[in-house]
Structure formats: structure tokens, C-alpha cells
Design a protein around this ligand. Structure first.
Ligand SMILES: Cc1cc2nc3c(=O)[nH]c(=O)nc-3n(C[C@H](O)[C@H](O)[C@H](O)COP(=O)(O)O)c2cc1C
Length: 367
């Protein structure tokens, strides 16, 4: 279920959380005001981008920038954006622990009606126990979290597609005499994205999702993940699933200017404390360690660019070179973030999209 026929699809990511995906105090970051959310979504809509996808965040990571300290709740945000746009697919990103599946199915169907069939669900199994604790819950071990996510999605899928009442009796969710009307506008159901890269995350995506949203340290590892996800979907579930990556774009007319901009945002204004808090939370949750503690600062600087998405620094042509390499890895699309979303979307309109069209990565827009 591709969102469009474009060879390489594009989405705006993270415009609902303060500073977006850039862990920096540099000017121009997302402030989290409704006028700003509308402006960004309506620009992306006018430019013909396939999707707009929020980050699901309940608590920020501190530091001088107070990174992600403010955030719009993603379902209500999606409902408002849906009403204010005409073409773009509007996703709600949701951590399964925060919404009961009966409620999620109803909200998704409602936004699908508000948007005239443009709702999408981005599922995250969740990783942050500080956030889970806000809901009075304890973090489940990773495998159990995915077992719960599997049930959560199965119940939503059933509510979106099954007529009449039915009983759902799972280990995590018991829902007797379940019922949901109206069904979503999109049939058989709205597109489902799932954000996760662990073996369990890949399996979940292969079974339930149309798009697997992944992170990878480099393009070679991204290509290997794409091949693995495609293989699991094909061999174990007889399905196809797209794989999308994440690019943090630092673009300027010359390469030197783009490098200067990156240096300013990441090296001068980057928030090492917030990035450290994010990394420490993640490593504590996952039980993983940095392979070499001496690399901590360079690792953090890389994370600052875009929540561990690929930092893409260069001219519009160089940015398109990178997106083309992502496509060559088998990726179907990229979610994009910028240190300044308004400026980033303007560069996209003026130079990046035309170059992608010239190279056949996207169909020419009807301007
Ligand atoms: C590309 C990507 C985007 C994600 N976005 C969010 C998010 O918006 N909110 C959140 O709480 N977790 C987010 N997560 C984290 C997942 O909830 C978490 O990593 C979970 O354990 C699933 O990933 P895993 O299969 O790699 O373990 C994201 C993960 C990836 C890979």
C-alpha cells in the first residue's frame, strides 16, 4: 500500500515537538504553536509531499534547549491537520501503552473521515519508562512489549475491518462484544507504519505494517535491514512492506555554507546535555552500551542532527545524491527534519524537489 507512485516518497517528521528532531538551541527550531503546525503542514501539502508524521513524546530530555519539552498530542494534532489540508497523508504516531486499542481504532476511523481518507497510523512499541510511568504502568520487557503491540494492532485491525460484534480475548487485552462503526474511509484500512528496527520490530512490521520506519548507522546497514525486512515479510507472511529512513537535512547553496550551518547548529549550539540524557535513557532502557566510551561526544553530535537519522549536509544536488542513494538501498521514502522547518521546506520547493523530478525520483508536480 504505497502512498504514491513516486519512486522516492517524502514525509515531514517531528513538526509537533519542540526543536523537532534537532537537539540544539539554534534559532529557528520548532516552538510548538498551532499556527506553526498549520503553516508547516499546509506547505508540505502544497508541495505534494506524501505524508506528515509527528513524534510521540510525553516528556522532554532537559538541557539548555529543553529538547522536546513541549509537544502536541499526536491524534488530536492529526485531526486538526487533517481538517486543514487537502492531499497529504496525516499520521498519528502512538506508543501503544498510551492508548487503548478500542479508543485508537475509533480515533483513527474518525480522523480518516475528517480527512476524507488520508489518515495513517505510525505504531511505536515504546521504549521510555519515564513516559510509561506517567500512565501508571511499568515498562514491560522488550519481547512482551512487542507481544502486546501485536495484540494491540490485531484488535485495531479487527475493529477497522470486521462487521458486527466480536469477542477479543488476548493476554494483554480482553474486549468482549467489541464493535466499531463507522469503518475508516480507506479500505481495507488506513496505511500502517511501524517504527522499530530490532528483530521483534522487523517481524512486527513484516506482519502488520505497510511501511517500516527504521534508523541505521550508515547506508550499507540500512540496505541490509531493508533486505531483511523484505525477506521476513515475503517468506513468513506472504506480504510486502516498504522501508522508510530518516534524513536530517542541512542544506545551503554551497557545500561550505552547508558545513558552516551544520557546525553552527551542532557544534556551537548543540545541546550535549539533552543529547546525553536521551542517550542515557536509551542505553538504560535497552541494556546496551556504547562500544567505546571515548566516542561518546562524536556519537552525541551525530544524534543531535536528527534523532539519529542520517545527517545530510550539502547543496541541494548533494542532498538529492543522498536521497538517491537511500532509494538505491531499497528504501521507498524518507522522513525529513530540519533545524528550521520553514527554511527547509522553502529549499525543498525551490531546489530539491525540482532536482528529484529531473532525476526521475519524483513525478513533476502540477504547479
Ligand atoms: C524511526 C523510529 C522512530 C521512532 N519514533 C518514536 C516516537 O515518536 N516516540 C517514541 O516513543 N518512540 C519512538 N521510537 C522508538 C520505539 O518506540 C522503540 O525503539 C521501540 O522499542 C521499537 O523499536 P525497536 O524494535 O528498535 O526496539 C522510534 C523508533 C524508530 C526506529
Amino acid at each position: 500500500m504505497a502512498l504514491s507512485a513516486n519512486r522516492f516518497q517524502l514525509a515531514v517528521f517531528g513538526s509537533n515537538v519542540s526543536h523537532g528532531c534537532t537537539i540544539s538551541s539554534a534559532a529557528g527550531g520548532i516552538a510548538v504553536e498551532w499556527a506553526e503546525s498549520l503553516r508547516i503542514a499546509q506547505t508540505a501539502d502544497r508541495l505534494g509531499l506524501e505524508a506528515i508524521i509527528p513524534v510521540c513524546r510525553w516528556k522532554g530530555f532537559g538541557g539548555p534547549s529543553e529538547f522536546n519539552h513541549r509537544s502536541f498530542e499526536t491524534w488530536t494534532w492529526a485531526a486538526g491537520i487533517a481538517q486543514a489540508t487537502a492531499h497529504i497523508q496525516v499520521f498519528a504516531t502512538t506508543a501503544v501503552a498510551s492508548v487503548h486499542p478500542v479508543m485508537a481504532a475509533k480515533q483513527g476511523a474518525t480522523i480518516d473521515h475528517i480527512s476524507g481518507g488520508r489518515f495513517g497510523l505510525n505504531v511505536v512499541a515504546g521504549w521510555n519508562s519515564h513516559e510509561v510511568a506517567m500512565f501508571g504502568k511499568a515498562q514491560l520487557p522488550h519481547a512482551a512489549r512487542y507481544a502486546m503491540t501485536d495484540e494491540w494492532m490485531s484488535l485495531i485491525q479487527a475493529l477497522w475491518t470486521r462487521e458486527g460484534e466480536f469477542d477479543f480475548a488476548g493476554e494483554y487485552f480482553q474486549a468482549p462484544h467489541c464493535y466499531a462503526e463507522p469503518k475508516p474511509v480507506q479500505r481495507p484500512r488506513p496505511p500502517v507504519m511501524s517504527a522499530g528496527v530490532s528483530p521483534a520490530g522487523r517481524r512486527f512490521a513484516a506482519r502488520h505494517a505497510d511501511m517500516n520506519f527504521i534508523l541505521a548507522p550508515n547506508l550499507a546497514m540500512a540496505a541490509a535491514t531493508v533486505a531483511d525486512v523484505h525477506r521476513i515479510a515475503r517468506e513468513d507472511f506472504g506480504r510486502t512492506v516498504e522501508v522508510w529512513g530518516n534524513a536530517a537535512v542541512f542544506c545551503a547553496p554551497t557545500h561550505a555554507e552547508a558545513e558552516d550551518y551544520y557546525r553552527h547548529v551542532i557544534h556551537e549550539q548543540g545541546d550535549l546535555e539533552a543529547a546525553g540524557n536521551l542517550l542515557d535513557t536509551f542505553t538504560a532502557e535497552s541494556g546496551s552500551q556504547l562500544p567505546d566510551p571515548a566516542l561518546r561526544e562524536s556519537y552525541l553530535r551525530n544524534m543531535m542532527a536528527g534523532y539519529s537519522g542520517f545527517p545530510v549536509v550539502g547543496t541541494p544536488e548533494e542532498v538529492v545524491d543522498f536521497l538517491q542513494e537511500m532509494a538505491a538501498c531499497g528504501m521507498a521514502g524518507a522522513t525529513l527534519s530540519w533545524p528550521d522547518y520553514d527554511a527547509g521546506l522553502q529549499q525543498l520547493a525551490q531546489a530539491i524537489l525540482p532536482e528529484m523530478e529531473t532525476r526521475g525520483l519524483r513525478a513533476p508536480r502540477a504547479v
